[in-house]
Design a protein around this ligand. Structure first.
Ligand code: IMP
Length: 429
């Protein structure tokens, strides 16, 4: 079986877009299985830049692209992304795009609540993307959500709206906000329904067919394992499970379908939003990483926090997600440093840890233990074989691989699709 599941092994923004795009060009179907339009994937193809938030990356190359039930879908954000891509010449039809009919919707009230809570939290805020992701997932597990299939039954939506609005109106009252305008919401849903319903179907069935035909399926994860609602730096996490196992539950294919798990790992570490970050650099090196790596969020434009590579969290992510091999990205950002550092463990109250403890206060207090390596002055940008890399860059990559106890399958050396060193082809495994 030649399926591949791609996940981020840090706090997101590892450069998944390029790798997914490269794999998508050889896949028969690409499936998003969690998250929503909080994700930001940048694809650069023949010098053209495509920015995706909600649509699977396969859409640009015309591959069958599927939004699974594990995603929370903002129908208005979807429409504007589809229109933007169509404006760039991408064809999106009910032939190459499908949405799970059991996918929960993100509604304006979710975005409101996300914003109100963050504003009220002051210093304790999570630093969400403000897209309403958390509140929409809360309504899903609270069994109050409006789902894609409900858009075909708007005339009988009242009892569901009663439950949903009773919940939200109480929360809104606590923030001195007026109740939800139900009439306006229904009107907006009526307007958007035909656009969404054009693509809606039982995706699990479509995937079953695709699988039976022996097709190659690419599962495209968003965010990263350290943002997973169970395994991440809770409560500074997103509201979905970002680990590889979600590819099965979030799409409707069994756990034996996820195939090769490819963990995307950036050669240093970044994080956007609040929360613990043991190797964060507040100095000139951190500044250099941010500038060279163009570390600004695709979705929110926020400046990302930067730091040295943390082998502890990546080793943990690889174990939790059963990573078969990693794609190491942005090695070229480290070009020119005299020395580069890798975090190999943490010190906390006199004890050494080889993992990130679960408690938020401990996560914030751990001190990184670093190993220093000699840097390299030559450029690695655009390298396509090991022979193109300086010896110290190769040593660095080998050390990373050793410390995370997971082999390197790919090294990406620029945003361009072909600037990649292929060690092991995930689809051929
Ligand atoms: P939410 O997903 O908008 O609720 O945000 C929760 C946390 O996840 C915040 O720290 C966000 O910055 C972070 N986050 C959400 N999506 C992404 C992403 O695609 N890349 C990086 N961080 C993300």
């Amino acid at each position: 079986m030649a399926n591949v599941t791609v996940i981020g092994a840090q706090w997101g923004d590892e450069g998944k877009g390029k790798i997914v795009d490269w794999l998508a060009s050889r896949a028969d179907a690409v499936v998003r299985f969690q998250g929503g339009h909080n994700a930001g994937h940048t694809l650069v193809i023949d010098g053209h830049v495509f920015k995706l938030s909600l649509l699977p990356s396969g859409i640009v190359s015309g591959t069958l692209s599927i939004i699974g039930n594990g995603v929370v879908l903002d129908p208005w954000a979807l429409k504007s992304e589809v229109e933007k891509l169509e404006g760039q010449g991408v064809s999106i039809t009910d032939d190459n795009f499908a949405i799970a009919d059991n996918c929960p919707l993100i509604l304006p009230m979710h975005r409101d609540l996300d914003g109100l809570r963050e504003a009220a939290a002051g210093k304790g805020k999570i630093g969400t993307t403000g897209r309403g992701i958390g509140p929409a997932y809360e309504d899903k597990v609270g069994r109050r959500a409006i789902r894609v299939c409900d858009l075909a039954h708007l005339d009988t939506l009242d009892p569901q709206l009663d439950r949903l609005c009773a919940h939200h109106d109480a929360l809104r009252a606590g923030f001195d906000q007026p109740p939800v305008d139900r009439a306006a919401l229904l009107e907006e849903l009526r307007e958007i329904a035909p656009f969404v319903m054009r693509f809606a179907q039982p995706v699990w069935k479509r995937l079953k067919k695709v699988k039976r035909a022996g097709a190659k399926i690419l599962f495209e994860g968003a965010q990263g394992v350290l943002l997973d609602v169970d395994h991440g730096t809770y409560p500074f996490v997103t509201s979905s499970n970002t680990v590889s196992g979600t590819a099965a539950s979030g799409s409707g294919l069994g756990p034996n379908s996820t195939g090769f798990v490819l963990g995307i790992v950036k050669a240093y570490t970044t994080r956007v939003g609040s929360g613990p970050f043991p190797t964060e650099l507040d100095d000139a090196d951190g500044q250099t990483l941010g500038e060279r790596g163009h570390e600004f969020g695709v979705v929110t434009g926020r400046k990302r926090r930067c730091g040295w590579f943390d082998a502890v969290i990546v080793r943990q992510s690889c174990a939790i997600s059963g990573v078969t091999g990693i794609a190491l990205t942005k090695v070229d950002v480290l070009d020119g440093f005299e020395t580069v550092k890798i975090c190999t463990g943490y010190r906390l109250r006199g004890k050494v840890y080889d993992y990130l403890p679960a408690h938020a206060a401990d996560q914030a207090a751990v001190e990184p233990i670093y190993e220093e390596m000699e840097g390299w002055q030559q450029t690695t940008a655009g390298a396509r074989s090991w022979a193109d890399l300086p010896a110290n860059a190769i040593k660095y990559i080998q050390r990373v691989q050793e410390l995370i106890e997971t082999p390197v399958a790919l090294v990406s050396t620029s945003p361009e699709r072909d600037d990649t060193i292929l060690v092991r082809d995930p689809f051929m495994d």
